[in-house]
Design a protein around this ligand. Structure first.
Ligand code: WTA
Length: 589
């Protein structure tokens, strides 16, 4: 298959160039739900698969610039589907396979996708997930969808078998196998769209952030190489789902552009038990860099050191953390127990919007210090700035402010799909002349950056972003007049969710709302606690003061801050009392 050398095309950088040099090098290791059932896919196989899929898409009528929604768990076919879109110049929009039919439908409609790619069933933590059924329900609400491509995965036959890609292809892709293994890569402009990825913002509607071709790939590849010190033969293990930006940049595009070997994790960190899943993998696959979320680290920490120590971790050279602030206890455990003080721990800060890592302890001068729980140093070309509420630049050290970035970088999102006004309003207008990240940061006296959390109404739950308004919008229940969703501290998930509701009994309402939100949005969005109140704290202009609720659940009722705009102080007193009762009942249970 010859490469068109007249223009720039994406998957050529991730596949063809490596196939020319080392066709049999393993590109993907699919660590399936059942431990020990890994599938290895070489660069040659991945290119063939991508080309066949690209030809299938073209034959079905998908054209350059069309959006294609991918609703699949992490697996080689999902990666090939992303790369096949890139190859023919279509724009992929991967939707996390844990989202409900309604959330999926919203995203399909927003992206104006005519094509959906899915798989009939998936497995996670030993449970079968009926993806096709969810897609069927979603598509009913999307009149614009013209075609749904379904990979058939026969799970029963797969158990214990299926070690080679060849067998997989036969069972999944009979149609596709008829297609040619050559698919001319589309010629794209550097600023053409590569993908849309949805993320939560502070309104009810998720934002479809747009990433483009050249800048994104450059940033993905550079950050992957330098932050993780990725070397040619290393095996890179990033435990993120491909439905999130971490999966896009550090499972798929970064490692593949660098010709690396990347691991796709299908399972959960504690299936079938807290050792056999995650900690057995570095030993079995000889993983060199391990990149995960603090929520998983905290969960595994709770199970104790024996599970970790049981397995040889000598292949590990570096450990990474992403998605939310990592607390000191988890950081120390990661560094001392998991990495045996041998592996640098990189706490990496970035966002869906930034495309790749922006602040991280590495790269740095050789041997430079790494302090626990801090992202510390900006990456090449990133210029962080701290601004106060009035937009003044804070130049000194030992200050806190809003984290902004003062110059453009290659990986930054270019717009919100079909809503450039919202892009400007969210990121560029709040602090004119700067990119506003929405995160708070502290610059230490040594000049290192330590992230302190979101400044807006976005909750970070197990490393996943959730807009409070999104959950409030779907909490329509006969007994609910209005609601306010806030994050509360959670030992494992970072933040849990708490809903405050008006007029119903707590126990029954709690169960009903948890079910409603799981169904309408996703399981991870369901609230941990529901508190019924007669009134919500509001300003005189009717805005809910979520920061007041936040202080109450953090047991800081004596630090409620400026209440001059509060409409009804009595309401706050009632919520404080109600919260005490809720906590007591939780303890009794
Ligand atoms: C948070 C994930 C503290 C932050 C890559 C950001 C972090 C949001 C860190 C982006 C970190 C991510 N320390 N907070 N190392 N990494 N965050 O878009 O609030 O899913 O704005 O991208 O996660 O989440 P997103």
């Amino acid at each position: 298959c010859s490469v068109n050398d007249t223009g720039f095309s994406f998957p050529v950088n991730c596949l063809d160039r490596h196939v020319h040099v080392a066709p049999d090098k393993v590109a993907l290791i699919w660590e399936k739900d059942e431990p020990g059932e890994e599938v290895r896919v070489t660069y040659r196989e991945l290119l063939e698969l991508t080309c066949r899929l690209g030809n299938t898409l073209k034959r079905q009528g998908v054209k350059q610039g069309d959006r294609v929604t991918i609703y699949m768990p992490p697996c080689p076919l999902a990666v090939a589907s992303m790369l096949a879109c890139a190859r023919i110049g279509a724009v992929h929009a991967v939707v996390f396979a844990g989202f409900s039919a309604e959330s999926l439908a919203d995203r399909i409609r927003d992206a104006q996708s005519e094509t959906v790619i899915t798989v009939n069933q998936g497995l996670r933590g030993g449970k079968v997930i009926e993806l096709k059924k969810t897609v069927d329900q979603a598509v009913k609400q999307c009149p614009g969808v013209k075609r749904v491509l379904v990979h058939k995965q026969v799970l029963a036959q797969h158990k214990g078998g299926c070690e080679t890609l060849r067998e997989l292809l036969c069972s999944f892709l009979q149609e596709m196998m008829k297609e040619d293994t050559c698919c001319e890569p589309a010629v794209m402009d550097s600023e053409d769209m590569l993908f849309i990825l949805y993320t939560s913002g502070s309104t009810g509607k998720p934002k479809g952030l747009v990433h483009t071709q050249a800048g994104y790939l450059l940033f993905a590849a550079l950050t992957h190489k330098y932050v993780f010190d990725y070397q040619d033969r290393d095996i890179f293990g990033c435990v993120a789902d491909i439905g999130w930006i971490t999966g896009h940049t550090y499972v798929v595009y970064g490692p593949l552009c660098n010709g690396g070997t990347t691991v796709l994790f299908e399972s959960t960190p504690v299936y079938p038990n807290p050792g056999n899943s995650l900690w057995a993998v570095p030993k079995r696959l000889r993983i060199n860099q391990f990149y995960g979320a603090p929520t998983a680290i905290r969960l595994l920490l709770r199970y104790g050191n024996e599970w970790v120590k049981k397995y040889d971790r000598s292949s590990l050279k570096l450990l990474g953390s992403v998605g939310e602030p990592i607390n000191r206890e988890a950081w120390e455990w990661y560094f001392r127990v998991v990495g045996e003080t041998r592996c640098p721990v990189v706490d990496t800060w970035w966002q869906t919007e930034t495309g790749g890592i922006c602040i991280s302890p590495r790269p740095s001068n050789p041997g430079a210090e790494i302090l626990p729980g801090m992202a510390m140093r900006p990456f090449f070309g990133i210029s962080p700035c701290l601004l106060d509420d009035k937009g003044n630049i804070l130049l000194k050290n030992n200050v806190s402010g809003a984290l902004c970035i003062s110059q453009a970088w290659p990986g930054m999102a270019r717009t919100i799909y079909n809503d450039h006004k919202r892009f400007l309003e969210t990121y560029l207008i709040p602090r004119p002349g700067f990119f506003f990240t929405g995160d708070g940061v502290y610059r230490t006296s040594e000049g290192y950056y330590q992230l302190t959390g979101r400044l807006d109404d976005v909750i970070n739950i197990s490393g996943h972003r959730l807009g409070t308004a999104e959950v409030e919008n779907i909490s329509h229940h006969v007994a609910v007049a209005e609601s306010a969703v806030i994050g509360c501290p959670h030992e494992i998930k970072g933040e849990g969710k708490m809903l405050s509701f008006l007029g119903y009994t707590e126990e029954t309402l709690s169960a009903e709302l948890q079910e409603l939100i799981s169904k309408k949005m996703a399981k991870y969005a369901a609230p941990d606690y529901v508190q019924v109140t007669h009134q919500l704290p509001k300003t005189r202009s009717g805005k809910i003061m979520r920061r007041v609720l936040r202080k109450i659940v953090e047991n800081k009722a004596n630090e409620l801050g400026d209440l001059t705009t509060l409409d009804d102080y009595e309401a706050v007193q009632q919520i404080i009392t109600g919260h005490k009762h809720l906590v007591e009942r939780q303890k009794d249970n």
